[in-house]
Design a protein around this ligand. Sequence first.
Ligand code: ACO
Length: 431
Amino acid sequence: MADAKKTAKLTFDGKEFELPILSPTCGPDVIDIRKLYSQADVFTYDPGFTSTASCDSTITFIDGDKGELLHRGYPIDQLAGKSHFLEVCYLLLYGELPSADQLEDFEARVTNHTMIHDQMQFLFRGFRRDAHPMAIMVGVVGAMSAFYHDSTDITDPWQREVATIRLIAKMPTIAAMAYKYTIGQPFVYPRNDLDYAANFLRMCFAVPAEDYEVNPILSRAMDRIFTLHADHEQNASTSTVRLASSSGANPFACIAAGIACLWGPAHGGANQACLEMLEEIGSVDRIPEFIARAKDKDDDYRLMGFGHRVYKNFDPRATVMKQSADEVLDLLGVENNPKLQVAKELERQALEDPYFAEKKLFPNVDFYSGIILEAMGFPTSMFTPIFALARTVGWISQWKEMIADPQNKIGRPRQLYVGEGPRDYVDVEDR
Ligand code: ACO
């Protein structure tokens, strides 16, 4: 935690209070209000945490005005262009880029944990076949705490490390099994001779009846999608993981909570919602109609994949994703994909519209990811599970950081109570 060198003054009820100001490495100063209630008997009010830092962290930094995203100081475009997902996992988890030996060791550890306990297949089989894969993932990942008892003691650093590797390694297997189950195909076991992304694609698309060869272009694109989603500081699902973990809950339960939060259309569910929107728009001539709806104050319709709580200039992940969409569709020979055309034209028209400019609404990471995933052969219901798979490393990195932090205490927000004051119970016959 940065030392307080400056202070802010608050005058309240005729008294003056001095509040320490903490200066971060990057980003705006933070007023430390931890002692405010005990000293001034007053709370602060910030629904949606628009002005509140909930923790200090060394993992990820976002400058929303500049459109900058750094993991441990490294810009996301450099990581997406030069690195690969497992190296980024190492960076997020341990703070530095690995040496060649460290990377080899880390990759071997992840690769050797990709299988799940065989009994877990019966959990999948308990779901309806038409279950959303996210519903299956919330359940199965939560249930990992019933299978891996030797990595649920959060006070033991070794167990925390084992849980970390298990979660990163098994998440692709679980996501692929959720997919296979919902389409009625047999589960495909992981293969340790394939890299992380290629193994995932194979587990999703191979069938026992014939050989399946992973297209290296697609596995590279898959890996880049994982990298772009790996972490995003204190977003809703990460904050959910931290809050769940603050009570001392085991890592599998906490990650299941993160998956549940990610599912919503205002968060990770936006990639599915965005592709459905592009489908609904259908052709470029209908774009003005949808833009008009998004601008209409009396219509709660929003352009999915547009806007972000933090980015107010552009989302650097969306820039890489757009390039990737062009490359992948080109290489697959589907450069005339109608959804890509609608997406590009929608982006162009929205960015020229004063409504979107004034409100600083730009395409976010979800705007183009669905187009790539669809071109790869994934149904829309798999988009958010893939996001969850990739974000798992971010959730775990933040979870590990929090557990190791001596300041860690249970998260417990206060409230502005506006309900009834005390009143006497009325017997039912007198109401
Ligand atoms: N389309 C049209 N108008 C929008 C949009 C949009 N996509 N997003 C925000 N606005 C408008 C709001 O109506 C509001 O207008 P007002 O000031 O006249 O009331 C203003 O912009 C600010 O919007 P808020 O909802 O207050 O902004 P907030 O920071 O709370 O929400 C969010 C950010 C949830 C991402 C929002 O922009 C949204 O719903 N976008 C669509 C869903 C989406 O793409 N989510 C993915 C986010 S990225 C991720 O999780 C990976």
